[in-house]
Write a protein that binds this ligand. Structure first.
Ligand code: GTP
Ligand code: MG
Length: 267
């Protein structure tokens, strides 16, 4: 093989991890690179660096991973590592709502540090909903999936503890990076194509989170039989499982039917 050809078959990428302290960034990377999990929390001090090699299609990819500390205390140490990253893992803990809500501020921090010439648009973002093995979820799949979709980011659910989703996450990430490189470094529009609309997802989320049947149907407590039936018909069209492929649509539809029955009984 000529030198030039062998060069074309090799590439280097820089990946960074971002997200609040303790969401599991280091554990996700460790699970992938070393196939193991440590349950004791060992905070990353500033930054950890690791390198691994993978083969994607016929390419040999040298992956440089910069694992950032999530604690605000380390801002000064990590801020210089944003530059030149081709990909970022945006990690949150599904049992810690704040870690999900803070993702926006991680993007902001990155934007500030990238400087004027470095375009955020050229970076491949993967959102990683971690700790799905743990107890009570505070962030629904649907909600986080939609957030990622709106930003054009890919979305994965993982558990560093059990290993669920980890290989899929990294394989998809590396494939995307190779595609981007073959596209001359220009980002490829991520086609997340969820197959459902925001209106459909919002309806499911409201039905799930509504504190009582009125709230689930988006009604005031003074609603009449007519209001209830109207709201029901509107939601039934949005939620019907034949039309709505979003996760949770079947349960939401059943809840909707029960909520309407219960409300009409009291009128
Ligand atoms: P910083 O380095 O401080 O930013 O934290 P980090 O995001 O790197 O978190 P780390 O990977 O150190 O994990 C934090 C804690 O969560 C540790 O006690 C891990 O054992 C635990 N943990 C990480 N991933 C998972 C997971 O998928 N499931 C469960 N149950 N625990 C996890
Ligand atoms: Mg860490």
């Amino acid at each position: 093989m000529s030198h030039r050809k062998s060069q074309q078959k090799r590439m280097r990428v820089k990946i960074i991890s971002m997200g609040n302290a303790e969401v599991g960034k280091s554990c996700i990377i460790k699970r992938y690179c070393e196939r193991r999990f440590v349950s004791k929390y060992l905070p990353t001090i500033g930054i950890d660096y690791g390198v691994t090699k993978v083969s994607v299609k016929d390419k040999e990819v040298k992956v440089n991973i910069f694992d950032m500390a999530g604690h605000p205390y380390f801002y000064e140490v990590r801020n210089e590592f944003y530059r030149d990253a081709q990909a970022a893992l945006l990690v949150f803990d599904v049992c810690d709502r704040n870690s999900y809500e803070t993702l926006e501020s991680w993007l902001l921090e990155m934007k500030q540090e990238m400087g004027r010439n470095n375009k955020m648009d050229n970076i491949v973002f993967f959102v990683c909903a971690n700790k799905i093995d743990k107890g009570k979820r505070m962030v629904e799949t649907l909600e986080a999936q939609l957030w990622a979709e709106e930003k054009g980011f890919k979305y994965f659910e993982t558990s560093a503890a059990t290993g669920d989703g980890i290989t899929e996450l990294f394989q998809a990430l590396f494939s995307t990076l190779v595609e981007v490189s073959e596209n001359g470094g220009r980002p490829i529009k991520v086609n997340t194509n969820l197959g459902f609309t925001k209106e459909q997802a919002d309806a499911i989320l409201r039905i799930k989170s509504g504190r009582d049947n009125y709230e689930k149907l988006g009604l005031h407590h003074s609603a009449t039989r007519d209001d209830i039936n109207k709201a029901y018909r509107k939601l039934a069209v949005i939620l019907h499982p034949d039309k709505n492929v979003a996760p949770g649509s079947e349960d939401a539809f059943k809840t909707l039917v029960n909520a309407r029955t219960a409300l009409l009984r009291n009128k």
